[in-house]
Design a protein around this ligand. Sequence first.
Ligand SMILES: Cc1ncc(COP(=O)(O)O)c(C=O)c1O
Length: 379
Amino acid sequence: MDCIYLDNNATTPLLPAVWEAMQPFAQQVCGNPASAHQAGRRARQALEDARERLAVLLGAYPDEVIFTSGATEANNLALFGLAGAPPGRLLASPIEHPSVAEPLRQFAEAGFSLEYLPVDASGSLPGDTLADRIAAETRLVAVMLANHETGALQPVEDLARTLDGRIPFHCDAVQAVGKVAVDFHALGVTTLSCSAHKFHGPKGIGLLLVRRGARLPPRLWGGHQQQGRRPGTEPVALAVGMAVALETAVRDRANRLETVRRLRHRLLDALAAHAAPVVLNGPAEGGVPHTLNLSFPGLKADLLLMSLDLAGVACSTGSACSSGSLLPSPVLQAMGVPQDVLRSAMRFSLSPLLTEAEVDEAARRIVKVVQRLRSANAV
Ligand SMILES: Cc1ncc(COP(=O)(O)O)c(C=O)c1O
């Protein structure tokens, strides 16, 4: 068995059916969707059809969908658009992905006051945490739906209900969309981002949902596309691929969730039995089961990561953007994880395409590496 890929929160393999659906729009339908001729109109029709299908799947209106190059762009578009100019107060979870955390840090440098909301030991915010924190000068709230390092789900609907539409609320739903049910209008947020390559769609496309009536100035200039909010020629084949990938994910959601839950238990049980001591970071149940964040106290995550790579297991020490960096995970830090647990944390992220045999083999390889590194530490 070659390399076993347990890094599906970083990105997922493209489904063959998605690739097949995209091909005609990459090769035969060659028009620019902004062109008035027949080739352009065919491209426009495919694009708008994909927009409509995605809107229905996500509980939004088609005119609320803005295609972007991915979620990093979507998060930046939302945050820079909604925050406006300082002064003012921003409220955010301390467990956001860098594509949210970094813009917020820049806002704080520019004169906003940034307040982090507390998370509990399993990586979730209390649903009533906003009740006594909202003030007249609050400009923006940013809380993700599912955490990329632990899988912990956040009570976004409860938090948005507290705001009652009075304050803009951005939600990064990248690790939830395509895995659990996500309904934009039911959540009650102002903007919501997601990315196709996290649910077996193509890389290079994501979207931002923007609630009707919300003011969202563009970040790019020089075109009228997408109501001028995100100008630039739209990638029709990628949009078609994103729609097919999400349709498949929603259609198969129950089965996929069941499969991934089973695989997660299998991996956790094997490692807890044979690679102890093992510490679970994040919720034992009730989160997005695709993520299994485990610490192997006594070991260092960067050495473990490299050794696992050599042994044929691809995983991560945190979000893809920070892998390779030796900085401790801000997500686990916010959860109050002790130093030794923090330094040895590994993220294994699963997909429904994995088989039980692959998970068993991955567990065997991980156990072998952990035992070898522990015995080398002991001498
Ligand atoms: C929670 C979260 N938000 C945003 C992103 C960025 O997504 P993209 O790769 O589409 O820019 C990621 C990717 O890891 C993520 O996990």
